[in-house]
Design a protein around this ligand. Structure first.
Ligand code: ITT
Length: 191
C-alpha cells in the first residue's frame, strides 16, 4: 500500500520511513517541483494536519497523511505549540532552540516540563482520519546529542536519562509522539 506523507521536513519523513519498514506500507513523498506546502492557517495541530493531508491528496489522488507537531512547554503556557517550526526569527532548528533556552534561563528543572505532540491526519478523498500522540519530558539547560531533528537536542527523557537527540532512530520511534500517532492512525483506519 502506498502512503503519501505531506511534509518538507526531512527528519519527519525519515521517521515515517523507519516506522513503515516492516509493514506493508510504502512511504512516498511529494515531488520537489510542487514547491512549498500550503500556509498553516489553522489554529490547532489538527486543523493544520488536515490542510497538509488534503493538499497532498489533491495533488496525487493517493491516500495522504499530514503531520502537524510541536513542543508545548508548561512554564510558557504551551509555547511554542503550533508555532514550533516558526518560533524564532530565521526559524532554523538552532535559532528556535536558542530562543527557547533564552526564555527558560534560570528556570529550575522542576518547572521545565514539556511535551511533544504529533497530530496526524489521513485523507483518501472521502474520509479524513485523525490521531494524536504525545511524549513527556523536560527541557534541558544544554543541548545534548546530534541525532534526530528540531528540538531533540534539548528534550530530556528522565526514564532513559538521555536527550532525544542521543537516541538511535529506532529507539526514538519506540517511544515517540510520532510513532504513537502513526500506529493509532493505522488502528483508526483499520489498516
Ligand atoms: P512540514 O509542515 O513540512 O511537515 P514543519 O517542520 O514545518 O514541516 P510543523 O509545522 O509540524 O512541521 O512543525 C513541527 C516543528 O516542531 C518541527 O519543525 C520541530 O521543530 C518540532 N518537532 C516536531 N516533532 C519533533 C520531533 O520529533 N523532534 C524534535 N522536534 C520536533
Amino acid at each position: 500500500m502506498n502512503l503519501v506523507v505531506a511534509t518538507r521536513n526531512a527528519g519527519k519523513l525519515e521517521e515515517f520511513k523507519t516506522l513503515a519498514s516492516g509493514l506493508k506500507i510504502n512511504i512516498l513523498s511529494l515531488p520537489k517541483e510542487i514547491g512549498d506546502l500550503p500556509e498553516e492557517t489553522g489554529n490547532t495541530f489538527e486543523e493544520n494536519a488536515i490542510i497538509k493531508a488534503k493538499f497532498a491528496w489533491k495533488l496525487t489522488g493517493k491516500l495522504s497523511i499530514g503531520d502537524d507537531s510541536g513542543l508545548e512547554v508548561d512554564f510558557l503556557d504551551g509555547e511554542p505549540g503550533i508555532f514550533s517550526a516558526r518560533y524564532s526569527t530565521g526559524a532554523t532548528d538552532a535559532s528556535n532552540i536558542k530562543k527557547l533556552l533564552g526564555k527558560l534561563k534560570g528556570v529550575p528543572n522542576i518547572k521545565r516540563t514539556a511535551r511533544f505532540k504529533c497530530c496526524l491526519a489521513a485523507h483518501d478523498g472521502n474520509q479524513t482520519f485523525l490521531s494524536i500522540g504525545t511524549l513527556d519530558g523536560i527541557i534541558s539547560e544544554k543541548r545534548k546529542g546530534v541525532k534526530g531533528f528540531g528540538y531533540d537536542p534539548i528534550f530530556y527523557i528522565p526514564e532513559l536519562d538521555k536527550n532525544l537527540a542521543e537516541l538511535e532512530k529506532e529507539e526514538k520511534n519506540s517511544i515517540s509522539h510520532r510513532s504513537k500517532a502513526f500506529f493509532s492512525l493505522l488502528d483508526e483506519m483499520k489498516l
